[in-house]
Design a protein around this ligand. Sequence first.
Ligand SMILES: NC(=O)c1ccc[n+]([C@@H]2O[C@H](COP(=O)([O-])OP(=O)(O)OC[C@H]3O[C@@H](n4cnc5c(N)ncnc54)[C@H](OP(=O)(O)O)[C@@H]3O)[C@@H](O)[C@H]2O)c1
Length: 290
Amino acid sequence: MNAPRGAQTVLITGATDGLGKAAALLLAGRGYRVFAAGRSAEKRTQLDALAKEKNLPLETLEMDVCDDGSVQKAMASVYQRVGAIDVLINNAGFVQVGGVEDLRLEDWRRQFETNFFGVIRVTQAVLPRMRERRKGRILMMSSVSGFVTPPTQGAYSASKHAIEALSNALRHELYPFGIHTILIQPGYIMTGIQSTAMNLAQPYQEKFKTGPYASIYASYLGNATSTRAQSKTTPEDCARVMLKAIEAPRPKARYGVTPLATFAKWSKRLLTDSAADRIIRRRYGISCED
Ligand SMILES: NC(=O)c1ccc[n+]([C@@H]2O[C@H](COP(=O)([O-])OP(=O)(O)OC[C@H]3O[C@@H](n4cnc5c(N)ncnc54)[C@H](OP(=O)(O)O)[C@@H]3O)[C@@H](O)[C@H]2O)c1
């Protein structure tokens, strides 16, 4: 798929903020016709105004990836305007922080409802027409957490590991139809994701401070804040990687974003499980009590 600008349509979920918004603006700037889906009416209005000001081929849509009716309505409105979607970017997602023992089942479910079932819901809605046309690309927003699992990140990481497996299956199933499934694996990039994670972790504050895993939570909070603040990779850098994945004649199965992603990928290949575990335990100050 060689960048036939202007002719290609792109649907991005969670596109009114962070990495999705950066991708929406970059792709629209390249001439793609972008449908930027989001939940918040206020953020959609702001993005529509920005697109109008910059004269970009970008329209926003209301879409909650957790809601069948919302996805169906959004897709109907896309198909009224264009025949099909050329590129789907499954980007919407959030981080639920919490230890495996601490997190309530409803929070595990909510994490998977957005990060995993939401992706399936939108992909199933887009695939029939994409398959009929025998071309298209599906970008899956994974993460370094799709192949490395730090403590307190079990729910988020499990959802991203699930995205990796889902994408592996799709890559094979869609091969005969000329549709590429491509994983994007960012490390830390400054967006609203961390403040959303902290809001969602509010019910667990007591456990963070005084529970049996308090010292691990304290390390997580310190690590997440400092690593994210030190990250020099911007949402626009990530958008450029997505563009590369969309325009590469033969796209790779996975594209890492940020030096952390490269480091983690090579560590995973070269280190034994016990060596990798030692690095993570040292970083989180985890030691045996006896
Ligand atoms: N930033 C990073 O360091 C990083 C690293 C690795 C992977 N990622 C992945 O990249 C993706 C984007 O993250 P980000 O950093 O850009 O976070 P962000 O700034 O918080 O943006 C997340 C977007 O997802 C949307 N969203 C959440 N739940 C939704 C739902 N049910 N339906 C529709 N939209 C929903 C949010 O919409 P609302 O505004 O309505 O909540 C928001 O627009 C996520 O999948 C994340 O896991 C990010």
